[in-house]
Design a protein around this ligand. Structure first.
Ligand SMILES: *Cc1c(COP(=O)(O)O)cnc(C)c1O
Length: 428
Protein backbone atom coordinates (compact mmCIF):
# COMPACT_ATOMS: atom_id res chain seq x y z
CA UNK A 1 0.00 0.00 0.00
CA UNK A 2 1.18 3.43 -0.95
CA UNK A 3 1.19 5.45 2.30
CA UNK A 4 1.62 8.91 0.77
CA UNK A 5 -1.19 8.31 -1.67
CA UNK A 6 -3.43 6.99 1.06
CA UNK A 7 -2.83 10.16 3.08
CA UNK A 8 -3.63 12.34 0.10
CA UNK A 9 -6.92 10.50 -0.49
CA UNK A 10 -7.73 10.92 3.21
CA UNK A 11 -7.25 14.66 2.91
CA UNK A 12 -9.88 14.65 0.17
CA UNK A 13 -12.28 12.64 2.32
CA UNK A 14 -11.68 9.08 1.11
CA UNK A 15 -11.25 6.53 3.91
CA UNK A 16 -8.52 3.93 3.74
CA UNK A 17 -11.04 1.11 3.33
CA UNK A 18 -12.54 2.76 0.23
CA UNK A 19 -9.14 3.52 -1.30
CA UNK A 20 -7.92 -0.03 -0.68
CA UNK A 21 -11.09 -1.50 -2.15
CA UNK A 22 -10.49 0.57 -5.29
CA UNK A 23 -6.89 -0.60 -5.57
CA UNK A 24 -7.97 -4.25 -5.34
CA UNK A 25 -10.41 -3.71 -8.20
CA UNK A 26 -7.78 -1.90 -10.28
CA UNK A 27 -5.26 -4.72 -10.08
CA UNK A 28 -7.41 -6.82 -12.41
CA UNK A 29 -7.96 -4.05 -14.97
CA UNK A 30 -4.37 -3.65 -16.24
CA UNK A 31 -4.87 -5.51 -19.52
CA UNK A 32 -8.08 -3.72 -20.38
CA UNK A 33 -6.47 -0.37 -19.71
CA UNK A 34 -3.60 -1.31 -22.05
CA UNK A 35 -6.13 -2.05 -24.80
CA UNK A 36 -7.68 1.38 -24.26
CA UNK A 37 -4.25 3.01 -24.52
CA UNK A 38 -3.80 1.34 -27.91
CA UNK A 39 -7.09 2.78 -29.19
CA UNK A 40 -6.04 6.19 -27.85
CA UNK A 41 -2.77 5.89 -29.75
CA UNK A 42 -4.52 4.96 -32.99
CA UNK A 43 -7.02 7.81 -32.72
CA UNK A 44 -4.35 10.31 -31.69
CA UNK A 45 -2.48 9.48 -34.89
CA UNK A 46 -5.68 9.77 -36.90
CA UNK A 47 -6.32 13.29 -35.55
CA UNK A 48 -2.72 14.45 -36.05
CA UNK A 49 -2.77 13.07 -39.58
CA UNK A 50 -5.96 15.01 -40.35
CA UNK A 51 -4.42 18.20 -39.00
CA UNK A 52 -1.23 17.74 -41.01
CA UNK A 53 -3.09 16.86 -44.18
CA UNK A 54 -5.11 20.05 -43.95
CA UNK A 55 -2.05 22.17 -43.08
CA UNK A 56 -3.37 23.51 -39.79
CA UNK A 57 -1.45 26.65 -38.95
CA UNK A 58 -1.58 29.34 -36.28
CA UNK A 59 -3.39 31.72 -38.64
CA UNK A 60 -6.35 29.35 -38.23
CA UNK A 61 -6.70 30.35 -34.59
CA UNK A 62 -7.45 33.99 -35.41
CA UNK A 63 -10.86 35.44 -34.53
CA UNK A 64 -13.45 36.58 -37.02
CA UNK A 65 -16.38 38.85 -36.18
CA UNK A 66 -19.59 40.06 -37.79
CA UNK A 67 -20.69 37.90 -40.72
CA UNK A 68 -17.58 35.78 -40.46
CA UNK A 69 -16.93 35.69 -44.22
CA UNK A 70 -13.73 33.92 -45.22
CA UNK A 71 -13.11 32.44 -41.79
CA UNK A 72 -10.13 30.28 -42.74
CA UNK A 73 -9.84 28.71 -39.30
CA UNK A 74 -13.46 27.62 -39.33
CA UNK A 75 -13.32 26.28 -42.88
CA UNK A 76 -10.08 24.38 -42.24
CA UNK A 77 -11.44 22.94 -39.00
CA UNK A 78 -14.37 21.59 -40.98
CA UNK A 79 -11.91 19.98 -43.41
CA UNK A 80 -10.09 18.44 -40.44
CA UNK A 81 -13.32 16.99 -39.07
CA UNK A 82 -14.21 15.66 -42.52
CA UNK A 83 -10.78 13.97 -42.66
CA UNK A 84 -11.05 12.45 -39.18
CA UNK A 85 -14.48 11.04 -40.03
CA UNK A 86 -13.51 10.08 -43.59
CA UNK A 87 -16.51 12.08 -44.76
CA UNK A 88 -17.11 14.44 -47.68
CA UNK A 89 -17.94 17.48 -45.60
CA UNK A 90 -18.45 18.81 -42.11
CA UNK A 91 -20.23 21.62 -40.33
CA UNK A 92 -18.49 22.39 -37.03
CA UNK A 93 -19.85 25.52 -35.43
CA UNK A 94 -20.18 27.37 -32.16
CA UNK A 95 -23.62 28.36 -33.50
CA UNK A 96 -24.67 24.74 -33.04
CA UNK A 97 -25.65 25.25 -29.42
CA UNK A 98 -25.62 21.66 -28.21
CA UNK A 99 -26.15 18.09 -29.36
CA UNK A 100 -29.92 18.41 -29.48
CA UNK A 101 -29.63 21.50 -31.64
CA UNK A 102 -27.18 19.83 -34.02
CA UNK A 103 -29.52 16.85 -34.35
CA UNK A 104 -32.51 19.13 -34.85
CA UNK A 105 -30.67 21.05 -37.58
CA UNK A 106 -29.56 17.84 -39.32
CA UNK A 107 -33.08 16.39 -39.19
CA UNK A 108 -35.10 19.45 -40.11
CA UNK A 109 -32.64 20.32 -42.89
CA UNK A 110 -33.00 16.97 -44.56
CA UNK A 111 -36.71 16.26 -44.07
CA UNK A 112 -39.61 17.90 -45.87
CA UNK A 113 -43.37 17.87 -45.22
CA UNK A 114 -44.76 14.44 -46.11
CA UNK A 115 -41.48 12.66 -45.37
CA UNK A 116 -41.19 10.01 -42.70
CA UNK A 117 -38.45 9.58 -40.13
CA UNK A 118 -37.66 6.11 -38.81
CA UNK A 119 -35.85 5.09 -35.65
CA UNK A 120 -35.04 1.37 -35.93
CA UNK A 121 -33.33 1.28 -32.52
CA UNK A 122 -36.20 2.20 -30.22
CA UNK A 123 -36.99 5.42 -28.44
CA UNK A 124 -34.45 8.17 -29.08
CA UNK A 125 -32.77 10.36 -26.46
CA UNK A 126 -35.26 12.26 -24.26
CA UNK A 127 -34.72 15.70 -25.80
CA UNK A 128 -35.27 14.27 -29.30
CA UNK A 129 -38.83 13.33 -28.35
CA UNK A 130 -39.76 16.99 -28.53
CA UNK A 131 -37.72 17.62 -31.66
CA UNK A 132 -39.58 14.82 -33.43
CA UNK A 133 -42.96 15.46 -31.77
CA UNK A 134 -43.25 12.11 -29.96
CA UNK A 135 -44.12 14.37 -27.06
CA UNK A 136 -46.27 17.32 -28.18
CA UNK A 137 -44.08 20.34 -28.52
CA UNK A 138 -43.99 23.66 -30.28
CA UNK A 139 -41.99 23.66 -33.51
CA UNK A 140 -41.56 19.88 -33.70
CA UNK A 141 -41.02 18.01 -36.96
CA UNK A 142 -44.56 16.70 -36.51
CA UNK A 143 -45.93 20.25 -36.67
CA UNK A 144 -44.16 20.59 -40.02
CA UNK A 145 -45.82 17.47 -41.39
CA UNK A 146 -42.97 15.00 -40.89
CA UNK A 147 -44.27 11.67 -39.60
CA UNK A 148 -42.35 9.29 -37.38
CA UNK A 149 -42.08 5.54 -37.05
CA UNK A 150 -40.19 3.59 -34.45
CA UNK A 151 -39.15 -0.04 -34.28
CA UNK A 152 -37.98 -1.15 -30.87
CA UNK A 153 -35.04 -3.42 -30.28
CA UNK A 154 -35.97 -6.99 -29.44
CA UNK A 155 -35.94 -8.19 -25.85
CA UNK A 156 -32.31 -9.36 -26.11
CA UNK A 157 -31.16 -6.03 -27.59
CA UNK A 158 -30.92 -7.26 -31.19
CA UNK A 159 -32.43 -5.49 -34.22
CA UNK A 160 -35.98 -6.39 -35.18
CA UNK A 161 -35.12 -6.80 -38.87
CA UNK A 162 -38.54 -8.09 -39.82
CA UNK A 163 -40.37 -5.07 -38.47
CA UNK A 164 -37.70 -2.65 -39.70
CA UNK A 165 -38.31 -3.96 -43.19
CA UNK A 166 -42.07 -3.53 -42.75
CA UNK A 167 -41.62 0.01 -41.43
CA UNK A 168 -39.65 1.24 -44.45
CA UNK A 169 -42.09 2.63 -47.02
CA UNK A 170 -42.24 5.13 -49.88
CA UNK A 171 -42.32 8.04 -47.40
CA UNK A 172 -39.26 6.93 -45.41
CA UNK A 173 -36.65 9.60 -46.06
CA UNK A 174 -34.29 9.45 -43.13
CA UNK A 175 -33.34 6.81 -40.59
CA UNK A 176 -31.95 7.98 -37.26
CA UNK A 177 -29.70 5.58 -35.38
CA UNK A 178 -28.64 6.44 -31.87
CA UNK A 179 -25.28 4.89 -31.11
CA UNK A 180 -25.27 5.46 -27.36
CA UNK A 181 -27.82 4.11 -24.92
CA UNK A 182 -28.50 7.61 -23.55
CA UNK A 183 -30.83 7.43 -20.52
CA UNK A 184 -31.77 3.82 -21.19
CA UNK A 185 -30.40 0.48 -20.18
CA UNK A 186 -30.29 -1.04 -23.66
CA UNK A 187 -26.82 -1.84 -24.98
CA UNK A 188 -24.91 0.82 -26.89
CA UNK A 189 -24.38 -0.05 -30.54
CA UNK A 190 -20.91 -1.01 -31.68
CA UNK A 191 -19.64 0.30 -35.02
CA UNK A 192 -19.93 -3.28 -36.26
CA UNK A 193 -23.65 -3.41 -35.43
CA UNK A 194 -24.26 0.04 -36.94
CA UNK A 195 -22.60 -1.23 -40.12
CA UNK A 196 -24.89 -4.24 -40.22
CA UNK A 197 -28.01 -2.13 -39.64
CA UNK A 198 -27.14 0.46 -42.29
CA UNK A 199 -26.33 -2.26 -44.83
CA UNK A 200 -29.71 -3.88 -44.16
CA UNK A 201 -31.59 -0.60 -44.55
CA UNK A 202 -29.72 0.42 -47.72
CA UNK A 203 -30.47 -2.92 -49.28
CA UNK A 204 -34.19 -2.28 -48.81
CA UNK A 205 -34.08 1.40 -49.81
CA UNK A 206 -30.70 2.65 -51.06
CA UNK A 207 -31.68 6.33 -51.26
CA UNK A 208 -32.71 6.60 -47.60
CA UNK A 209 -30.47 8.92 -45.54
CA UNK A 210 -28.85 7.08 -42.63
CA UNK A 211 -28.00 9.44 -39.80
CA UNK A 212 -26.19 8.42 -36.61
CA UNK A 213 -26.53 10.30 -33.35
CA UNK A 214 -22.88 9.85 -32.37
CA UNK A 215 -23.05 11.57 -28.96
CA UNK A 216 -20.64 9.96 -26.48
CA UNK A 217 -19.30 7.55 -29.10
CA UNK A 218 -16.48 9.52 -30.73
CA UNK A 219 -13.01 7.96 -30.42
CA UNK A 220 -14.21 5.03 -28.31
CA UNK A 221 -13.43 2.73 -31.24
CA UNK A 222 -11.04 3.10 -34.14
CA UNK A 223 -13.82 3.68 -36.62
CA UNK A 224 -16.72 6.11 -36.67
CA UNK A 225 -20.20 5.60 -38.17
CA UNK A 226 -19.18 7.42 -41.37
CA UNK A 227 -16.58 4.66 -41.90
CA UNK A 228 -19.37 2.08 -42.14
CA UNK A 229 -21.93 3.72 -44.38
CA UNK A 230 -23.57 6.49 -42.33
CA UNK A 231 -24.57 9.43 -44.55
CA UNK A 232 -24.65 11.81 -41.61
CA UNK A 233 -23.11 11.71 -38.19
CA UNK A 234 -23.92 14.26 -35.50
CA UNK A 235 -22.59 15.14 -32.07
CA UNK A 236 -21.82 17.70 -29.42
CA UNK A 237 -18.50 19.47 -28.83
CA UNK A 238 -19.07 19.59 -25.09
CA UNK A 239 -18.91 15.82 -25.18
CA UNK A 240 -16.09 13.64 -26.61
CA UNK A 241 -14.76 15.50 -29.67
CA UNK A 242 -14.34 18.84 -27.88
CA UNK A 243 -11.80 17.21 -25.57
CA UNK A 244 -13.04 19.33 -22.66
CA UNK A 245 -11.67 22.52 -24.21
CA UNK A 246 -14.45 23.47 -26.60
CA UNK A 247 -16.69 25.87 -24.66
CA UNK A 248 -19.72 25.30 -26.94
CA UNK A 249 -20.59 23.75 -30.27
CA UNK A 250 -21.75 20.83 -32.32
CA UNK A 251 -20.78 19.03 -35.50
CA UNK A 252 -22.53 17.46 -38.46
CA UNK A 253 -20.36 15.41 -40.82
CA UNK A 254 -21.19 13.26 -43.81
CA UNK A 255 -22.25 13.50 -47.45
CA UNK A 256 -21.74 16.96 -48.87
CA UNK A 257 -25.35 17.41 -49.95
CA UNK A 258 -26.77 16.63 -46.51
CA UNK A 259 -24.19 18.69 -44.65
CA UNK A 260 -24.90 21.65 -46.93
CA UNK A 261 -28.62 21.28 -46.32
CA UNK A 262 -27.79 21.52 -42.62
CA UNK A 263 -25.73 24.67 -43.20
CA UNK A 264 -28.60 26.34 -45.07
CA UNK A 265 -30.91 25.43 -42.23
CA UNK A 266 -28.51 26.64 -39.54
CA UNK A 267 -27.78 30.02 -41.09
CA UNK A 268 -30.19 30.79 -43.91
CA UNK A 269 -31.16 29.67 -47.40
CA UNK A 270 -28.66 31.40 -49.68
CA UNK A 271 -26.04 31.83 -46.96
CA UNK A 272 -25.15 28.29 -45.87
CA UNK A 273 -21.59 27.64 -44.74
CA UNK A 274 -20.27 31.02 -45.87
CA UNK A 275 -21.25 32.87 -42.69
CA UNK A 276 -20.83 32.38 -38.97
CA UNK A 277 -18.10 34.24 -37.08
CA UNK A 278 -16.02 32.24 -34.61
CA UNK A 279 -15.13 35.13 -32.28
CA UNK A 280 -11.77 33.66 -31.31
CA UNK A 281 -12.74 30.23 -30.01
CA UNK A 282 -11.43 28.18 -32.94
CA UNK A 283 -8.18 27.32 -31.17
CA UNK A 284 -10.10 25.55 -28.41
CA UNK A 285 -11.89 23.49 -31.07
CA UNK A 286 -8.60 22.41 -32.64
CA UNK A 287 -6.82 21.81 -29.37
CA UNK A 288 -9.82 20.01 -27.90
CA UNK A 289 -10.00 17.70 -30.92
CA UNK A 290 -6.28 17.06 -30.53
CA UNK A 291 -6.76 16.04 -26.87
CA UNK A 292 -10.06 14.20 -27.42
CA UNK A 293 -8.68 10.68 -28.00
CA UNK A 294 -6.72 10.83 -24.71
CA UNK A 295 -9.60 12.37 -22.79
CA UNK A 296 -12.00 9.71 -24.10
CA UNK A 297 -9.50 7.02 -23.05
CA UNK A 298 -9.44 8.38 -19.50
CA UNK A 299 -13.22 8.53 -19.40
CA UNK A 300 -13.42 4.91 -20.59
CA UNK A 301 -11.09 3.78 -17.84
CA UNK A 302 -13.30 5.57 -15.32
CA UNK A 303 -16.42 3.87 -16.69
CA UNK A 304 -14.81 0.44 -16.51
CA UNK A 305 -13.52 1.10 -13.00
CA UNK A 306 -17.02 2.12 -11.86
CA UNK A 307 -18.62 -0.94 -13.49
CA UNK A 308 -16.20 -3.25 -11.70
CA UNK A 309 -16.64 -1.55 -8.33
CA UNK A 310 -20.43 -1.44 -8.34
CA UNK A 311 -20.91 -4.87 -9.86
CA UNK A 312 -18.72 -6.30 -7.15
CA UNK A 313 -20.94 -4.58 -4.58
CA UNK A 314 -24.03 -6.23 -6.02
CA UNK A 315 -25.56 -3.45 -8.11
CA UNK A 316 -26.66 -3.92 -11.69
CA UNK A 317 -24.31 -2.17 -14.10
CA UNK A 318 -24.66 -1.55 -17.85
CA UNK A 319 -22.31 -2.29 -19.50
CA UNK A 320 -21.21 -4.97 -17.08
CA UNK A 321 -17.69 -5.30 -15.69
CA UNK A 322 -16.28 -7.30 -18.63
CA UNK A 323 -18.29 -6.19 -21.69
CA UNK A 324 -16.62 -4.32 -24.54
CA UNK A 325 -17.27 -0.58 -24.65
CA UNK A 326 -18.90 1.49 -27.38
CA UNK A 327 -19.52 4.75 -25.56
CA UNK A 328 -18.26 6.45 -22.40
CA UNK A 329 -21.48 6.11 -20.41
CA UNK A 330 -21.78 3.83 -17.43
CA UNK A 331 -25.18 3.08 -15.94
CA UNK A 332 -25.49 1.87 -12.37
CA UNK A 333 -28.90 0.89 -11.03
CA UNK A 334 -29.44 1.56 -7.35
CA UNK A 335 -33.19 0.91 -7.23
CA UNK A 336 -33.84 3.86 -4.92
CA UNK A 337 -33.76 7.65 -5.28
CA UNK A 338 -31.35 7.79 -2.28
CA UNK A 339 -28.80 5.63 -4.09
CA UNK A 340 -28.64 7.80 -7.19
CA UNK A 341 -28.63 10.97 -5.10
CA UNK A 342 -25.69 9.84 -2.92
CA UNK A 343 -23.78 8.73 -6.01
CA UNK A 344 -24.26 12.15 -7.61
CA UNK A 345 -23.24 13.91 -4.40
CA UNK A 346 -19.96 11.99 -4.49
CA UNK A 347 -19.23 12.95 -8.09
CA UNK A 348 -19.94 16.59 -7.25
CA UNK A 349 -17.79 16.52 -4.12
CA UNK A 350 -14.80 15.29 -6.18
CA UNK A 351 -15.00 18.12 -8.71
CA UNK A 352 -12.38 20.82 -9.27
CA UNK A 353 -15.19 23.40 -9.60
CA UNK A 354 -18.21 23.75 -7.29
CA UNK A 355 -17.21 20.83 -5.09
CA UNK A 356 -18.85 22.63 -2.18
CA UNK A 357 -22.36 22.60 -3.67
CA UNK A 358 -24.78 19.72 -3.16
CA UNK A 359 -26.79 18.62 -6.22
CA UNK A 360 -30.58 18.22 -5.90
CA UNK A 361 -33.18 16.67 -8.24
CA UNK A 362 -34.92 19.35 -10.37
CA UNK A 363 -37.24 19.74 -13.36
CA UNK A 364 -35.17 20.31 -16.52
CA UNK A 365 -36.33 21.53 -19.94
CA UNK A 366 -36.58 18.61 -22.36
CA UNK A 367 -36.94 15.90 -19.71
CA UNK A 368 -40.21 14.37 -18.48
CA UNK A 369 -39.18 13.70 -14.87
CA UNK A 370 -37.03 15.44 -12.28
CA UNK A 371 -33.35 15.01 -13.01
CA UNK A 372 -30.34 15.20 -10.71
CA UNK A 373 -27.11 16.30 -12.30
CA UNK A 374 -23.67 16.35 -10.77
CA UNK A 375 -21.16 18.40 -12.70
CA UNK A 376 -18.38 20.46 -11.25
CA UNK A 377 -17.37 21.43 -14.71
CA UNK A 378 -15.27 24.16 -16.29
CA UNK A 379 -17.81 24.30 -19.12
CA UNK A 380 -21.44 24.39 -17.99
CA UNK A 381 -23.15 21.05 -18.54
CA UNK A 382 -20.12 19.54 -20.24
CA UNK A 383 -20.45 15.80 -19.94
CA UNK A 384 -16.98 14.90 -21.20
CA UNK A 385 -16.02 16.35 -17.84
CA UNK A 386 -16.72 14.08 -14.90
CA UNK A 387 -20.49 14.15 -14.51
CA UNK A 388 -23.46 12.07 -13.51
CA UNK A 389 -27.10 12.39 -14.45
CA UNK A 390 -30.10 10.51 -13.18
CA UNK A 391 -33.76 10.94 -14.01
CA UNK A 392 -35.62 10.41 -10.73
CA UNK A 393 -37.78 7.53 -11.92
CA UNK A 394 -37.60 3.72 -11.72
CA UNK A 395 -35.39 1.78 -12.02
CA UNK A 396 -33.35 4.59 -10.42
CA UNK A 397 -30.28 4.28 -12.57
CA UNK A 398 -27.51 6.82 -12.59
CA UNK A 399 -25.65 7.57 -15.81
CA UNK A 400 -22.07 8.41 -15.19
CA UNK A 401 -19.58 9.69 -17.74
CA UNK A 402 -16.46 11.64 -18.46
CA UNK A 403 -13.46 12.83 -16.59
CA UNK A 404 -10.88 14.98 -18.37
CA UNK A 405 -8.24 12.79 -16.75
CA UNK A 406 -8.43 9.19 -15.58
CA UNK A 407 -7.11 10.25 -12.16
CA UNK A 408 -10.02 12.61 -11.68
CA UNK A 409 -12.51 9.98 -12.78
CA UNK A 410 -10.99 7.61 -10.24
CA UNK A 411 -11.33 10.14 -7.44
CA UNK A 412 -14.95 10.80 -8.39
CA UNK A 413 -15.86 7.13 -8.32
CA UNK A 414 -14.14 6.58 -4.99
CA UNK A 415 -15.95 9.62 -3.59
CA UNK A 416 -19.31 8.28 -4.82
CA UNK A 417 -18.51 5.02 -3.07
CA UNK A 418 -17.57 6.90 0.10
CA UNK A 419 -20.96 8.68 0.10
CA UNK A 420 -22.85 5.43 -0.51
CA UNK A 421 -20.89 3.75 2.28
CA UNK A 422 -21.61 6.64 4.65
CA UNK A 423 -25.32 6.32 3.87
CA UNK A 424 -25.13 2.53 4.41
CA UNK A 425 -26.30 1.91 0.84
CA UNK A 426 -23.05 0.20 -0.19
CA UNK A 427 -21.26 -2.25 2.08
CA UNK A 428 -17.61 -3.02 1.36
C1 LIG B 1 -26.26 14.26 -24.99
C2 LIG B 1 -27.02 13.55 -26.04
C3 LIG B 1 -27.88 14.24 -26.89
C4 LIG B 1 -28.21 15.69 -26.72
O1 LIG B 1 -27.14 16.50 -26.55
P1 LIG B 1 -27.23 17.86 -25.70
O2 LIG B 1 -25.91 18.45 -25.98
O3 LIG B 1 -27.42 17.49 -24.27
O4 LIG B 1 -28.34 18.66 -26.25
C5 LIG B 1 -28.50 13.53 -27.88
N1 LIG B 1 -28.30 12.21 -28.01
C6 LIG B 1 -27.50 11.52 -27.19
C7 LIG B 1 -27.34 10.04 -27.38
C8 LIG B 1 -26.83 12.17 -26.19
O5 LIG B 1 -26.04 11.48 -25.39
Amino acid sequence: MNFEMDCMYKELGIEEAVYTFGETILKDLKERFEKIDETVEYNQLKVIHAMQKNKVSDIHFAATTGYGYNDLGRDTLEEVYASVFHAEAALVRPQLICGTHALNVALSANLRPGDELLSPVGKPYDTLEEVIGIRESRGSLKEYGVSYKQVDLLEDGSFDFENIKKAINEKTKLVTIQRSKGYQTRPTLSIERIKELIAFIKQIKPEVVCMVDNCYGEFVERMEPTDVGADLCVGSLIKNPGGGLAPIGGYIVGKKEYVENAAYRLSSPGLGKEVGATLGITQSFYQGLFLAPTVVGGALKGAIFAANIYEKLGFQVVPNSTESRHDIIQAVTFGTPEGVIEFCKGIQAAAPVDSHVVPEPWAMPGYDSDVIMAAGAFVQGSSIELSADAPIKPPYSVYFQGGLTWQHAKLGILMSLQKLKNASIAKL
